[in-house]
Design a protein around this ligand. Structure first.
Ligand code: GAR
Length: 190
C-alpha cells in the first residue's frame, strides 16, 4: 500500500477529488491531511473521511525538522501539494527527494514563482492575452514552481474569457487529471 500526505492551504477541492479517487483503492491510501491554516476547508475532510489532520506552525515548520519524523511515522511515500502556499523547506525536499509533487494552475515555466498562485495566475494569463492555459504537475525542489515537470495539459482560452472563466477551465483539468497522475506515479496505472 502506497501512502499519501496531502498538504493544502485552502478549500481543498483538489484534495477532495484525490481522497474520493482513492477511497476504496487497495494500492493507494490518503493517510494524512496537513494544512498551514487552522480554518482551511480541507481540514473538514479529516473527520468526513476519517483521515488524521495536522496543522502546521510556521516556526516549527521552518526552524525544526520535526515534520520528517511525523511523516515517517505515517510511512508516507508521496507528499502531494494541492494548493499549498508555503515554500517547502530544504530539509523536507532532502528527505523526500522526488517524493513531493505540486500542481500549478498554468503552463510552467510561464506564470510560476513567488506570488503566482490562485487568481493571480489567471489574471496574469488574461492580461497577456494568452490563447491557452492549463495545468502543470511537477516535482518540488527548493524553488517555487521550478522542479521537473511530470505532466501538463492545456485548455483553450477564448477572447471573451475573463480570469474567472480561465480559472474554471483550469480547475476542471486539475480535478480530471491530478488523481490519475498520482495513481500512475505510485502504481503505474491510472
Ligand atoms: C489550485 O488551482 C492549485 O493549482 C493552486 O491552488 C488551487 C487550490 O484549489 N495552486 C497554486 O496556485 C500553487 N502555486 P483547491 O484548494 O480548490 O484545491
Amino acid at each position: 500500500m502506497k501512502k499519501i500526505a496531502i498538504f493544502a492551504s485552502g478549500k481543498g477541492s483538489n484534495a477532495r477529488k484525490i481522497i474520493e479517487h482513492f477511497e476504496d483503492n487497495e494500492q493507494v491510501d490518503v493517510r494524512l491531511i496537513i494544512s498551514n491554516k487552522k480554518d482551511a476547508g480541507v481540514l473538514e475532510m479529516g473527520p468526513e473521511f476519517v483521515i488524521p489532520t495536522k496543522i502546521l506552525n510556521r516556526k516549527e515548520f521552518y526552524d525544526s525538522e520535526n515534520l520528517v519524523q511525523d511523516l515517517k511515522t505515517y510511512e508516507i511515500d508521496l507528499i502531494v501539494l494541492a494548493g499549498f502556499l508555503w515554500l517547502v523547506p530544504a530539509y523536507l525536499v532532502r528527505n523526500f527527494r522526488r517524493k513531493i509533487i505540486n500542481i500549478h494552475p498554468a503552463l510552467l515555466p510561464k506564470y510560476g514563482g513567488k506570488g503566482m498562485y490562485g487568481m493571480n495566475v489567471h489574471q496574469a494569463v488574461h492580461a497577456a492575452k494568452e490563447k491557452e492555459s492549463g495545468i502543470t504537475i511537477h516535482f518540488v525542489n527548493n524553488e517555487y514552481d521550478k522542479g521537473a515537470v511530470i505532466f501538463q495539459e492545456t485548455c483553450a482560452i477564448s477572447p471573451s474569457d475573463r480570469p474567472k472563466d480561465i480559472a474554471a477551465k483550469v480547475l476542471k483539468l486539475e480535478h480530471q487529471y491530478f488523481p490519475r497522475v498520482i495513481s500512475k506515479l505510485l502504481t503505474g496505472n491510472t
